[in-house]
Design a protein around this ligand. Structure first.
Ligand code: C5P
Length: 222
């Protein structure tokens, strides 16, 4: 069986950074499932599709012209890795992610990413829906204020525009949509290990996750 570690949680908890660190440390593959929803949101906007119309979005999700190549995220062959990180695209992603047939269309795509020697997958429903048999499930959480603050710093470092008050509002709105949608709502799988990163640095959270990796995969050497 291909080993899978999932890291789920709301945006701004550092799960993307931690998943990338962990995949690098273990030499495993990485799936950033949020990037898929972001690319779908961007592609839908570019094609002029209504984000609340699953009939229009599902065919696009089924044959999404998306590829990951190292740090590049290719949509129709164009690297959109930077573009998909804006708050606007994040909002579009959470709107297209609401539709059950859209999520179903992306399921096979995500499961195909599980390849030897192993996969670290981060998102919202990696443990509850996409990889329910994953032997290690981490659910990362943190207060909306601290998450907005982290996102603010990231955006400023990248030279992008950011407004802290708007970010807190956006995060709350996105959380509500992610947690209350009818299919695959954001919630911890019953067997997930909960980690609250509000008062922890990335290094401290990473150490906590490595403890769990040692517990669940005692045979792993890295
Ligand atoms: O993780 P990230 O902030 O990049 O995700 C963007 C949006 O994509 C989320 O707000 C969520 O609505 C959606 N998403 C999802 N399921 C996932 C990953 C992301 O619904 N597994």
């Amino acid at each position: 069986m291909i080993p899978v570690i999932v890291i789920d949680g709301p945006s701004g908890t550092g799960k993307g950074t931690l998943a990338a660190l962990l995949a690098g440390r273990l030499g495993w593959h990485l799936l950033d499932s949020g990037a898929i929803y972001r690319v779908l949101g961007l592609a839908a906007e570019r094609r002029g599709l209504a984000l609340d119309d699953p009939d229009a979005l599902t065919p696009l999700a089924t044959s999404l012209p998306l590829d990951f190549a190292g740090d590049q995220v290719l949509l129709d062959g164009e690297d959109v890795a930077g573009l998909i990180r804006t708050e606007t695209v994040g909002m579009s992603a959470s709107r297209v992610a609401i539709h059950p047939p859209v999520r179903a269309a992306l399921l096979a795509w995500q499961r195909r990413c599980a390849r030897l020697p192993g996969l670290v997958a981060d998102g919202r429903d990696m443990g509850s829906v996409v990889f329910p048999d994953a032997p290690l499930k981490i659910f990362l959480d943190a207060s909306p204020e601290i998450r907005a603050n982290r996102r603010y710093k990231q955006l400023i470092e990248k030279g992008l525009n950011a407004n802290l008050t708007n970010l807190i509002m956006d995060i709350r709105e996105r959380d509500t949509r992610d947690r209350t949608r009818s299919v695959a709502p954001l919630c911890a799988a019953g067997d997930a290990v909960l980690v609250d990163s509000t008062a922890l640095s990335i290094t401290e959270v990473f150490d906590r996750i490595l403890e769990e990796v040692r517990r669940v995969f005692p045979e792993l050497v890295w």
